[in-house]
Design a protein around this ligand. Sequence first.
Ligand code: GLU
Length: 324
Amino acid sequence: MTIIPSRGRYAPSPTGPLHLGNLRTALVAWLHTRLAGGQFILRIEDLDQTRSRAECIEQIIEDLRWIGLDWDEGPDMCGPGVPYLQSQRTAFYEAAFTQLRNARRVYPCYCSRKDVALAANAPHGRENSSIYPGTCRPLASDTAPPSGRVGAWRYRVHNNTIEVLDQIRGPLLQTLDVEVGDFVVRRADRLYAYQLAVAVDDALMGITDVVRGADLLDSTPRQVELLNSLGLPLPRYWHIPLMTDALGRRLSKRDGDQGVTALRLQGRAPECVVGHLAASLGLIPREEPLSTGDLLAQLSSASLRERLIAAASEPSQVSHGPAA
Ligand code: GLU
């Protein structure tokens, strides 16, 4: 039997400074990989250049290094999965898209957001207005566009149920045509959509375990469907709880006072941040300063998983910020 070595990743979008919730996800992804003796990859998801900021990439790298994470491949070093910036990986997405197009799994869509909203509000429109009504579905993948218009491209879903066995949350079933609808894989501005890019990158970079925030759980069946259609291998998925503020709201990148760079520049000790993040997920019994190496030494793959499962069954993990 061949044992495939574990490969994990952290894949931030450089659209703003990392907040503590982002950092906690990075920490858990790193712990998971290192406990399995695997390789850790940093991939920067800067596909949407209008929202990405170059200075955020540097900040993210500094923040991650500051709390004591390391990686074997990433934008600041080499590796077999090079390049590690999504903005430089368009050729891979193009090849996957062409494969889907040749297999007639995608079709061009010329509907505007307004068209989609109007169709949903029509008397017999779909109950869930975020589901595409299928107006352009009859178009073949080689249909010539109406003059002067560039369409988006949608993936044609079937009425099959996708089952994902999440390592933390257990089985998730999603029937794509009822719950998601035909989804965009290439936008009208020619940018490849997150779902396609992330699925292709995880497969081509040989990622065996995707550890990420629970907000992406719903996206996973779409990624699994794309991987199946492309004949690419599936990783295991681990969706970990999101950190919330005292009002129960998810942290967001706009939430400046939870920014990691700010804590770093204020001269806070990284060990206090690690202790705070680990305690907030129940990885250690009480909050106390410790290094990422000390945290690693206190855990095993089995105990990490057990504690993440326990944390996922709690309502939320509130962050009040690390103790001063
Ligand atoms: N780039 C996404 C984010 O920053 C994460 C994508 C993923 O982990 O699949 O939220």
